[in-house]
Design a protein around this ligand. Structure first.
Ligand code: HEM
Length: 202
């Protein structure tokens, strides 16, 4: 509970910031939406519910950088899936990340394009199998609402109060978003960003 509840959400936040730093036009659009929606210095849950672009950014981050493997399953009886014979008691590893980047399901799957969710209603509750960053079925993540809420809140706060720059004179295209190799896909190199204080009208 503690690891899943803290590290997964923090990792997704880091990926979201990394993708926004690499795609300044998406960052700008997100900040415009947030700064138009928030009134004053306090960001409310109601404000966040109206941030449709922010929600698409969170979805796209989960699609492109969600956990690769679900909790292993074991088949209870012999069965045939897609022409493959699966004997009883076979340990099955579902690669959720491969589903989320399958070119048969997603156009330009390796690119970060939040707008792809604009006219495609697809949810992460575990019934759309091309997008299962929280798993599916009986072992589905029980912290979906909490996890998404943490990411949305933290991202909104960071983008509302600050503008962001890359350190060491890096350009967006030079930002290294290579994945490391652990159970959750962490960035291989920590993503460094520099906050720039902005004065917002209240
Ligand atoms: C963005 C954040 C998160 C992501 C991407 C995520 C993803 C996942 C995934 C993929 C699974 C395996 C599901 C399956 O095999 O079908 C899982 C399980 C689990 N998650 Fe999350 N999770 C997140 C946040 C949280 C939070 C905030 C909590 C609790 C506070 C939490 C608690 C758990 C627990 C307890 C399980 C194990 C469920 C079981 O054993 O049946 N997760 N999570």
């Amino acid at each position: 509970m503690l690891v899943a509840g803290t590290s997964d959400s923090a990792i997704m936040l880091e990926w979201a910031m990394g993708e926004l730093m690499r795609n300044p036009s998406i960052m700008k659009k997100a900040q415009e939406e947030i700064r138009e929606t928030v009134n004053g210095n306090t960001i409310s849950d109601a404000d966040i519910q109206n941030m449709h672009y922010l929600k698409m950014i969170v979805k796209e981050t989960l699609r492109l950088h969600g956990p690769p493997f679900l909790i292993p399953r074991i088949s209870r009886r012999d069965c045939v899936v897609d022409g493959y014979d699966i004997p009883a008691k076979t340990r099955i590893l579902v690669n959720a990340l491969a589903c989320a980047t399958d070119p048969d399901s997603w156009e330009d799957p390796e690119s970060f394009i939040p707008e792809r969710f604009e006219n495609r209603y697809i949810n992460y509750s575990g019934t759309d199998f091309e997008f299962i960053p929280f798993g599916s079925g009986r072992r589905v993540c029980p912290g979906i609402t909490f996890g998404v809420g943490i990411i949305e809140n933290a991202l909104t706060t960071l983008l509302y109060h600050f503008d962001w720059e890359l350190p060491h004179g890096l350009t967006p295209h030079e930002l290294d978003l290579t994945e490391g190799t652990v159970l959750s896909t962490l960035p291989k190199h920590p993503i460094e960003v520099v906050p720039v204080i902005v004065s917002l009208e209240t």
